[in-house]
Every structure is written in structure tokens, then in C-alpha cells.
Write a protein that binds this ligand. Structure first.
Ligand SMILES: [Zn+2]
Length: 360
């Protein structure tokens, strides 16, 4: 009966029941500790990667667009428009070279999400970011919806071909000043990030419909995205926002499906929304501390960062010893195992998930 009651109240969103003792980070922590919170969904945006030194690729506020004059773009956004790109790929790749992160090192916040996974609490992470840091932190294709696509894989733009290329291949092209061309059919090769004029990944919608009715807690970090369409699906579960500001700009892509409304932190009717105004790293550390996970999280960050550093040193040594063959070790790592996000593979991974959902 409890199960049915939960299902109904969640599906219909009737309950309006106050799940949190108090609308604070402490309230969220004790809810997680209560054992009633089994499925956590994270929605993350550019703010979780800024401490990794990654600029917000598409935000008009970053000043990036101002640097694009030399390319004589008809208007700045053209650089991310698929039709323009197919005719004039040079500005996009020049920008990619300019912005390419020196090192892919996930933040405390990324590792907090990984910790949720390790504790069996992460239902899914929906990311607006294209920097692949979630994957570097240890999330797998199945844990992750990259709503704006990813740099992790690239594809030939020809619908007849669609040959897949990995990150190392693309990186080499970007830094060699070559426009990446398919070695099979000579068409352009484009990173799998979603351009304006392209559809969001199908898996985004199928997973959303599956995940959100089962969500016990939504954690939104590094984005002030209006979450109304998700909210409708979530019923009445608590929502925690960790961000530097409470409200702000809408997502240029997801904004299309965001129909007004939003979170309610302060009104007399507020019953489930908690805002923690801080950097994502600080917010995650504070929550981890309340959960008794702080030492574990810090240990994980230290350990993983050391691994990344020593790998980088190793690569540098290899490079300076001039061994061409060493480049292959990098390639092997970014190989097929995690290529579930490849567009061609999306339909299948979606199926696999719905199969899994039924078993649950
Ligand atoms: Zn091709």
C-alpha cells in the first residue's frame, strides 16, 4: 500500500507533503541519512567546472564572442550553428583550440557526484557541460546524460558515413591547425557537442521520462536553470540548489522546453526547495561534512588528482623522449568501452536502460 501511495503521490504530484525537516542543507543531509532517499538526480551546469579552469563555452557573458571579430562571422552565435559550421568550420576549430583545457582535472563537485554513485544513491547525472569531466571523475555512460553532447567522441557529419573518432584524434587535429576531415569519406568531422539547429540527444528525453518519477532528491549545481519541466515530472521531491546565485539566465538549448515557473525558496508556501549559495565545491564539501563523508571525499579528490598528475608527467616524459609509439597508450584508454554516448549507440543504450528499469 505504501508503494502504491508513493507511486500515486509521485506520479500525480498531489502530496505536497513536507519531506524535509527544515529547508536547509542540514535538512537535506538528514533526509539522505534517513534511508528514504534512494534515487538522487544531479543536474549540473558550467558552474561545476569553473574551478577546473574551464570557461563557459557558450555563455554570451564570457567575452569569448568579442574575440571572434577576426573571423567575420555574420553574427556571433553562427559559430555554434550547424549550417554555418558545415560551410565555414574554421572559426569553431580556432575557438576550440583557444579554449582547449590544458588539463582535464575534475573538481570536488565532480567527485562528490562520483561518491553518490559509489554509495548507490545516484540515479543519473544530467549535465549541460561538454568538457567530459564527469567521465574523467569516473561516471560511466549509463550514469550520465550529456544534454549538450560531449567532446569525448566525434563523428563524420555525413549521414551516409558517421564514422566515429575519439578525443585524442580530435585533439591532434585541433592543435595541428588541420580542419578535421573523415579519413573514409573526406567530409568534416565534428565533436559530438550539440550545435544550435541540432536536436538534443534522444536519450535525454527517454531517460528524463524514466528517471524523474523515481527521483527522491534533485540536486542542481552550477546552473540556475529553470527546472519547471523536470519539476512537473518529479512530483513533490525536495530540490537542492547549490549555485552562486539563486536565479539567472535560461539555458539556450534547454530553455526551449522550460516553461516558466521555477523553484520557491522563500515564499510562505515554500516546502521543498533549498538554496545553498556558494561555489559548487564549497557546497559539496559542506554537504559531505554533514553526511560524515568529508574525509572520504577529500581523500578521493587527492588520490584521483595525483593519478592524473602522474599520468600527465608520464606523457610528458614520453613525449620528450620522442617515442611516437607512446601516443597509442592514450588512444587505448579513450577507447570503445565508454563510447555509449556515440550518437549511433544512443538508441541501444536507451533500450538497455528501459530494460533495466523494468527489472528494478
Ligand atoms: Zn565520413
Amino acid at each position: 500500500v505504501d508503494f502504491l501511495r508513493n507511486l500515486f503521490s509521485k506520479t500525480l504530484g498531489i502530496s505536497g507533503e513536507k519531506v524535509l525537516d527544515e529547508l536547509t542543507l542540514e535538512g537535506v543531509a538528514s533526509y539522505i541519512q534517513s534511508g528514504k532517499c534512494k534515487n538522487i538526480i544531479c543536474m549540473v551546469g558550467a558552474g561545476i567546472s569553473t574551478s577546473a579552469g574551464i570557461p563557459d563555452f557558450r555563455s554570451p557573458d564570457t567575452g569569448l564572442y568579442a574575440n571572434l571579430q577576426k573571423y567575420n562571422l555574420p553574427y556571433p552565435e553562427a559559430i555554434f550553428q550547424i549550417d554555418y559550421f558545415k560551410k565555414h568550420p574554421e572559426p569553431f576549430f580556432a575557438l576550440a583550440r583557444e579554449l582547449y583545457p590544458g588539463q582535464f582535472k575534475p573538481t570536488v563537485c565532480h567527485y562528490f557526484i562520483k561518491l553518490l554513485k559509489d554509495k548507490g544513491l545516484l540515479k543519473r547525472c544530467y549535465s549541460q557541460n561538454i568538457d567530459t569531466l564527469e567521465r574523467v571523475a569516473g561516471l560511466e555512460g549509463e550514469d550520465l546524460i550529456e544534454a549538450h553532447g560531449t567532446f569525448y567522441t566525434s563523428h563524420c557529419v555525413s549521414f551516409m558515413c558517421r564514422k566515429e573518432y575519439d578525443l585524442d584524434w580530435m585533439k591532434e587535429k585541433i592543435f595541428s591547425d588541420d580542419i578535421p576531415k573523415c579519413d573514409k569519406c573526406s567530409n568534416l568531422v565534428k565533436p559530438d557537442i550539440v550545435f544550435f539547429g541540432e536536436n538534443l540527444p534522444k536519450r535525454f528525453f527517454t531517460s528524463m521520462a524514466m528517471d524523474f518519477p523515481r527521483c527522491d532528491l534533485l540536486i542542481i549545481m552550477g546552473t540556475s536553470l529553470q527546472v519547471q519541466p523536470f519539476a512537473a515530472l518529479v512530483g513533490s521531491c525536495p530540490r537542492l540548489l547549490i549555485n552562486l546565485e539563486k536565479a539567472g539566465g535560461a539555458d539556450p538549448l534547454l530553455g526551449i522546453i522550460s516553461i516558466g515557473g521555477g523553484m520557491d525558496f522563500d515564499s510562505a508556501k515554500a516546502y521543498r526547495d533549498v538554496a545553498h549559495i556558494s561555489t559548487c565545491d564549497d557546497g559539496c564539501l559542506a554537504l559531505a561534512e554533514l553526511l560524515g563523508w568529508k574525509a572520504e571525499l577529500e581523500e578521493m579528490v587527492k588520490r584521483e588528482h595525483e593519478k592524473i598528475n602522474s599520468k600527465a608527467e608520464e606523457e610528458q616524459t614520453n613525449q620528450s623522449s620522442g617515442a611516437a609509439g607512446k601516443a597509442e597508450s592514450g588512444k587505448a584508454e579513450s577507447g570503445k568501452a565508454e563510447s555509449g554516448m556515440a550518437e549511433s549507440g544512443m538508441a541501444e543504450s536507451g533500450k538497455a536502460e528501459s530494460g533495466k528499469a523494468e527489472v528494478e
